[in-house]
Design a protein around this ligand. Sequence first.
Ligand code: ZN
Length: 240
Amino acid sequence: MGNSRALVLFSGGQDSTTTLAWALDRFDAVETIGFDYGQRHRIEMECRETIRAKLPALSARYAERLGPDHVVDLKALGAISETALTRETEIAFAETGLPTTFVPGRNLIFLTFAAALAYRRDLKHIVLGVCETDYSGYPDCRDDTIKAMQVALGLGLDRRLVLHTPLMWRDKAQTFALARAIGGKPLLDLVIEDSHSCYLGDRTTRHDWGYGCGHCPACDLRAKGFAAYLAAPDDTGLIP
Ligand code: ZN
């Protein structure tokens, strides 16, 4: 029996919450890692604690498998990144064609820290909820970037690490459907109620897709995804 221990990059968002449930279904032991990089939507750090606290009640398997959480202070990343996620800058599209929410190299840095922790904790699998399908054009979310990182980290640590990206080819609607397929309505409800997407950190306005300002790119993506999910024919057999 091989090493079936995993580390999930868990931000408290829709994607990483679904990814965490996906990992809990597959691996014998699952730990989580989160990063505090001075993000404007720091409320997600509280959401991740709520979600971790509620997950064990959804399934005995989740309760058995969910292990420790690790929060890494990466404020230096925020300090060197002039972006709309870490500064009071308008969220817009820059001349590069990328939104001003782009934090250069964020996932490369996250993965390197995750790999260092995975090495120490003897976790062979690293799972992250990046997606190339309806993302904001972030180059560090691309499948090729993640595959290259798997090679680089494996060489640099001289240990086989496997990077999993279950959402890579799913759009937001399919990610809602995946949550429903993995954990039924209780998991979907948890994703909607407690996961956080809004870049502005709004948790006062409740929509049918969850909390958020309703206007920023993250809210827009989530709202459209949820509408598409509701409109899609049910292929899970779970929706009444
Ligand atoms: Zn928003």
